[in-house]
Design a protein around this ligand. Structure first.
Ligand code: SF4
Length: 125
């Protein structure tokens, strides 16, 4: 069975055609612009992962929300659960870029980090 998927490793966004060659799970990948597309396809067929990106509410921040991301990829199946947990979170300002806001979250124990600096309402950082 053929499956098409877009490789998200680089901006070329190759449209891969992936087929399972036999019962042992060996895959055949076509239209990949480089070998990394094969690795991506293999991961997607077995254990797909993504970097979590979201926003978190701020208390007393110069902005109402701060953008965050996980420091490592998260299993795709776990993304929604983690985003729901972040929905209930409120972070106190100020926050610096790269600051760990939530350590060891979820099954993969990823850190949730701020992607930018946000000062407090009074302009203090
Ligand atoms: S297959 Fe290679 S060139 Fe194509 S999107 Fe993936 S990483 Fe980029």
């Amino acid at each position: 069975m053929n499956k098409e998927m877009v490789c998200v490793i680089c901006p070329n966004s190759c449209l891969l055609t992936v087929s399972t060659e036999n019962d042992k799970g060996q895959i055949n990948v076509k239209n990949n612009g480089c070998p990394r597309g094969i690795e991506f396809a293999a991961r997607e067929m077995t254990n797909p992962e993504r970097i979590l990106t979201s926003t978190v509410r701020m208390r007393n921040g110069a902005l109402p929300l701060i953008s965050v991301r996980s420091d490592r990829p998260v299993q795709k199946a776990e993304l929604i659960n983690l985003v729901k947990q972040l929905d209930n979170l409120i972070i106190d300002a100020p926050v610096s870029g790269g600051q760990v806001l939530v350590p060891s979250m979820g099954a993969n124990k990823v850190n949730i980090i701020a992607t930018r600096e946000v000062g407090s309402k009074q302009g203090e950082i």
